[in-house]
Design a protein around this ligand. Structure first.
Ligand code: ZN
Length: 110
């Protein structure tokens, strides 16, 4: 535990944690808005910063079985979404190493 260095993003549009406004991702690394999270609509990002990754777990989704890690805000600990470690369906492989952030848990910060 203890203080962790937090990275600050620069760009036209930055998404942050709704609880503490820690920077998480930019619109430039957004891959898709057409995802569903645990709490509704979610976004897929190429790169997300300032999160802690949990232990890997297999999760069955509408698009098949995936190994995912929940991701938590490095500052306030809110669960923000998950990272795809592995997708078992060939058509879903593009998601490996990418991140899901729940739209309801994001705010625009600038
Ligand atoms: Zn936070």
């Amino acid at each position: 535990m203890g203080m962790r260095y937090r990275q600050y993003l620069h760009g036209a549009r930055i998404y942050g944690c709704s609880q503490c406004k820690t920077h998480l991702a930019t619109i430039h690394s957004m891959i898709s808005r057409a995802f569903n999270g645990q709490h509704g609509r979610a976004y897929l990002f190429e790169v997300v910063v300032n999160v802690i990754e949990g232990e890997p777990a297999d999760r069955q989704m509408t698009t098949g079985n995936h190994t995912v890690r929940d991701i938590y805000c490095v500052k306030c600990g809110t669960t923000l979404g998950w990272k795809y470690d592995r997708a078992y369906e060939p058509s879903q492989k593009y998601k490996e190493g990418k991140f899901i952030l729940e739209r309801n848990l994001l705010v625009d910060v600038q």
